[in-house]
Ligand binder design. Structure first.
Ligand code: SF4
Length: 190
């Protein structure tokens, strides 16, 4: 079997690299790969949109029929934007729902304090409601300078986070508009 110069250099270069890696302790012997076992045969399938950026890739979410727990997320091959593919960020979306590192308690840092205090959800919701009411009443505008009825509050803005999906954004829009907010954004547009 004869080699051209280019093929010889390619083969000898590959052999030299393999030898160098082996001498550094890398194991270059073939390994077996296994498909990940996913128990999603009886799961419920729901489609949604990736919340992370404005590309808007489609996903399928598999949830347990009984508990509603998220079992798996993956690209939706029927979606016209991404046709099943996802970037690394979208492919890791499962971790938004299932993540042992997630903070599950309310942590509050008082003004000028240097430490976090753990509070109850009832405490946090009552406090948020009181502060929203106070700001809304202080900044509510019934008419603009032309005398037109506008009924809006200019003292509160809302920025949706990267962990909000399409459906949660829809609910938040309704609630924020009902309060009279006009400064409403989502991180995917920023
Ligand atoms: S999968 Fe990646 S590219 Fe697609 S919407 Fe999510 S972050 Fe954007």
């Amino acid at each position: 079997m004869g080699f051209h110069r280019r093929e010889f250099l390619k083969i000898s270069g590959t052999a030299a690299l393999a030898g160098a890696l082996a001498s550094l302790g890398f194991d270059l012997s073939p390994v077996r790969s296994y498909a990940q076992a996913l128990n999603i045969r009886a799961a419920r399938e729901t489609t949604t949109i990736c919340p992370y950026c404005a590309v808007g890739c489609g996903l399928i979410v598999h949830t347990d029929q009984k508990t509603g727990q998220v079992l798996n997320t993956e690209g939706d091959s029927d979606h016209p934007i991404n046709e099943g593919s996802l970037c690394a960020k979208g492919a890791a979306l499962y971790q938004v729902a299932v993540n042992p590192a997630r903070v599950t308690e309310v942590l509050y840092r008082a003004p000028y304090s240097d430490r976090w205090e753990t509070k109850s959800w009832d405490w946090a919701l009552d406090r948020i409601a009181a502060r929203v009411k106070e700001s809304r009443e202080a900044s509510f505008v019934r008419q603009n300078e032309k005398g037109q009825q506008v009924n809006r509050t200019e003292g509160i803005a809302h920025v949706g986070s990267a962990a909000l999906d399409n459906e949660e954004c829809w609910l938040l829009q309704g609630m924020m508009r009902a309060l009279g907010l006009v400064y409403i954004e989502h991180q995917a547009r920023i």
